[in-house]
Write a protein that binds this ligand. Structure first.
Ligand SMILES: [Fe+2]
Length: 215
């Protein structure tokens, strides 16, 4: 059976970020590698149970536990890919450009970009281990910010993650004190690749398709 995912940390050129050390990134990539490995291993083990075409009663407890863990590992892998993918080194823009799709959608969804940002940053400051995610509803295109507990509780099915911020402790504890999570969040904003965020938006994708069709 083919593997589900391959480790692709080499795609992310993320050394020398502002306020997020290379050691932190190294640790992050190591954890991400674990999620990729575990996603593949769990998928394989679940397939073994199903090799005879059914899950027997006595297999049910082990099968259930592996399947529950699959949600954790899978989302841990995918969210890290979104997180790495929406940062870049050498970023000079803390906020999206005035005429950008993201800013317009944030204004339409929240009243102003500043309110969107206050919401997203506040989600990131929530106590607990997890993620702050700005999702886009593919139907209607509205943006909404969400707290994800661990990796798998709170994801909205079918929504498109536009901006993803890791707020597990490993994301900032080497660089900041536990109480200084807000400083990490400020640093995160100074590394955002807004072009990558824009590229994830449904509106951008539709405009791209329309432009291609119009050629
Ligand atoms: Fe992480």
């Amino acid at each position: 059976m083919s593997i589900v995912k391959t480790y692709k940390a080499q795609q992310f050129d993320l050394s020398a970020l502002n306020g997020i050390s290379d050691q932190t990134l190294e640790m992050h990539f190591k954890l991400y590698e674990g999620y990729v490995t575990n996603t593949n291993t769990l998928t394989e083990k679940i397939a073994e149970f199903l090799a005879d075409g059914k899950v027997d009663q006595e297999e049910m407890p082990a099968y259930s536990e592996l399947t529950r863990r699959l949600g954790f590992e899978y989302n841990g892998m995918v969210l890290h890919e979104y997180y790495f993918g929406n940062m870049k080194k050498g970023s000079t823009a803390t906020d999206p450009e005035n005429n950008s799709s993201f800013r317009r959608l944030a204004e339409a969804s929240f009243g102003s970009y500043e309110i969107w940002k206050a919401d997203f940053m506040s989600v990131g400051k929530m106590r607990g281990v997890g993620w702050a995610v700005c999702n886009q509803d593919p139907e209607g295109q509205r943006l909404s910010n969400h707290w994800i507990t661990l990796h798998e509780v709170g994801n909205v099915a079918g929504f498109v993650p536009a901006l993803v911020m890791d707020v597990w402790e490993h994301a900032y504890l080497l660089d900041y004190k536990p109480a200084d999570r807000p400083k990490y969040i400020e640093a995160f904003f100074s590394n955002i690749d807004w072009a990558a965020v824009e590229g994830r938006l449904v509106q951008t994708a539709q405009a791209r398709t329309a432009a291609t069709e119009g050629q």
